[in-house]
Write a protein that binds this ligand. Structure first.
Ligand code: PXL
Length: 285
């Protein structure tokens, strides 16, 4: 019997600047999960570098899906991320529809720090909600949560009531589980927060502050979260695992003072994932 869980990962592949599939494949593999990459685009670097080159792979996605259906390939999870065109929203929805019993995860990659990434058009951002709607789990950062809700990016820290209302409003659009990363709350700390609609449970996990922003950290966070859930973690433990691993990789990187565009040096940290730590940093929100 094949006990290794299988994830179809619909994300881009960027050559330089650790993010998307270059982070997702090793991370989930270290957690004992098989990744089947379905690339949305190939880029020389991620979009924070200037003059990157990009090949859009929109046509490839439906062809790959037809092939998998013909092969009768099964997936335990369909996990989408950085998309290169608004048609790709429909192609991801087709994957979700065809693999309806798989865990459907949408990381609605669109921006960070209150700004959208360079390749994301207004149309593509407006359509991301169509994918979030048919997902079981969504993992926006605060910028992406604001875009999905059509709200302004908050100019200051949020109260517990405000962030809970964002979680509930996002879950009302469809997903049973909403995880918002890097939310600054009124007590002065930054948290990763989660909501489980079925159990009406709210969770928060504190993040240690490091004065650098590394692209790709969200991909690392969401992959560990997905891996944790697939391995049987409860929601708060999965968020805790993802937060702890992202923090370990960020602090390791910060200590070396590398160019932030290179992303996080997660390679020396992978062993932490294979050890499968027991965690208890979470609290009710
Ligand atoms: O980490 C998100 C991401 C994924 N893919 C590409 C990106 C970014 C963020 O900058 O540019 C190509």
């Amino acid at each position: 019997m094949n006990t290794i869980k299988k994830v179809a990962a619909i994300h881009d592949i960027s050559g330089v600047g650790r993010c998307s599939l270059s982070v997702i494949i090793p991370t989930l593999s270290a957690m004992g999960i098989q990744v089947c990459p379905v690339p949305t685009a190939a880029l020389s670097t991620h979009t924070a570098y200037v003059d990157f080159v990009m090949s859009d792979l929109t046509e490839f996605i439906p062809s790959a899906l037809s092939h998998y259906k013909k092969l009768e390939t099964e997936f335990d999870c369909i996990y989408s991320g950085f998309l290169a065109s608004d048609e790709q929203i429909d192609h991801c929805r087709e994957f979700f529809y065809e693999y309806n019993s798989a865990l459907k995860v949408c990381d609605p990659v669109m921006g960070d720090n209150g700004k959208t990434y360079r390749t994301f058009s207004k149309e593509l951002c407006a359509r991301m909600i169509d994918l979030a709607e048919v997902s079981d789990i969504i993992t926006p950062n605060l910028t992406e949560a604001a875009i999905l809700l059509g709200d302004d990016y908050p100019s200051m820290s949020m109260t517990t009531a405000q962030i809970k209302s964002w979680l509930v409003r996002l879950s009302e659009k469809g997903p049973g589980i909403v995880v918002i990363s890097t939310a600054p709350l009124a007590d002065g700390n930054v948290y990763n927060v989660g909501y489980d609609k079925n159990n009406n449970a709210f969770w928060k996990i504190p993040c240690d502050y490091v004065p650098r922003r590394y692209p790709g950290t969200g991909d690392l966070f969401s992959s560990v979260l997905v891996g944790g859930i697939l391995k049987g973690d409860s929601l708060p433990i999965a968020i805790d695992r993802a937060t702890s691993f992202a923090e370990l990789a960020i602090k390791t990187t910060y200590s070396y003072q590398t160019d932030p565009r290179e992303g996080v040096m997660f390679e020396p940290c992978l062993k932490w994932l294979t050890d499968y730590q027991v965690l208890r940093n979470f609290e009710s929100l």
